[in-house]
Write a protein that binds this ligand. Sequence first.
Ligand code: GDP
Length: 426
Amino acid sequence: MFDDRTTCLVVVGAQWGDEGKGKLVDVLAERADFVVRYQGGANAGHTVVIGDSQFILRQIPSGILHPQVTCIVGNGVVLEPETFFAELDQLAERGISTAGRIFVSDRAHLVLPYHKLLDAASEKSQKLGTTGRGIGPAYEDKYGRRGIRVTDLRRLECARALLADRVQRANRLLELLGSAERASLEQHVALLERLAPRILPLAADTGLVVDRAVKQGRRVLLEGAQGSLLDVDHGTYPYVTSSNTTAGGATVGAGIGPTAVHGVLGVVKAYTTRVGNGPLPTEAGEADGERLRRLGGEFGAVTGRARRCGWFDATVVRYAARVNGLTGLAVTKLDVLDSFAEVPVCTAYRLEGEECEEMPAEVDALGRVEPSYQVLPGWSQSTGEARRLADLPAAARAYLDRLEALSGVPIRYVSVGTRRDQIIEV
Ligand code: GDP
């Protein structure tokens, strides 16, 4: 999607996450100068397969696997420093140099061990199906104006004072939530003292860096985590993540203005999955669900949890197209449908007997909608070797045409396997 005029692109998940954004970012990053993560934390879990190696990157933008790319962890991200450095070390062990090409926003908030304790304790009472990595509590602290930011590490004395207050508060909350766990101030202080010398050399005003890059016409990719239906405003609240995953969040979280963005690519699976609780209107029956899960390897990259599987839901993708202003679609995992004799697609919902074209705000209503399906013929043929649309079986092309028409967004990429080369550029 990059061209002379389209140099700043956002890539977002247009379903409930795990759409294969990692692979698309990897493909686009080949032509990019900068890749920016703009929200979320170490719960993103992109998987990129290169040759025989599989990389799971949770905190570091997957663009790091391309040597010409500078990676930015933007101000909208919550940074879990230990995961971040474990990933840097893992990359170094596998011969990938990151020196001089990764920067962390000095405005990014830190995820600390007390956030994880709070996450686990809250999840016991409010079962949202979080990944338990402390992301939610870290965002709560950010918006409650009691977060600890990367820049605070520049003055460790102040950071220590902040910690004393925050750890005490966390322990009061843990007690309130009925948890026997307590956070230790000494351990938190020691952690920050150990991490500060490693983080600070990478800390920068990254909004400035990205803004300059955009103005110079460098190719900038803003990489979303999770999916649009998990956005705290636009998702299936309260079964959502704590940040704005949608394209608006990209500019806020990268520290640039909305006019800097030239295009928004929405990544969708050729079917639908979701992790954790909350409605999934097109959830397949047990046999088909299990088959999609097995063929698609639908187990979380971070948690290993089995994903719930169902059919493509055009209502969801139309909605994602609107709230993100999508200019292109990337359809992934078409190959997972290769062996199905028929493939249902949800074209719209019915709610209490009425046609329902838009996503209802109320999560209970979404749980009650009845999907209207159009059943398309399958292609019973492998698509993994297709590199052009013309290489695909006619029924697979017809399937994609239908997804495009129902979504109202042109398909720009089709992914037909896990490998880097298994992609069709339309
Ligand atoms: P992300 O968070 O959106 O990057 O998604 P994940 O990385 O969690 O999940 C995507 C999974 O699907 C990874 O294991 C990818 O290797 C895999 N994947 C991506 N594209 C394709 C595809 O076209 N076909 C198949 N079979 N797997 C794919």
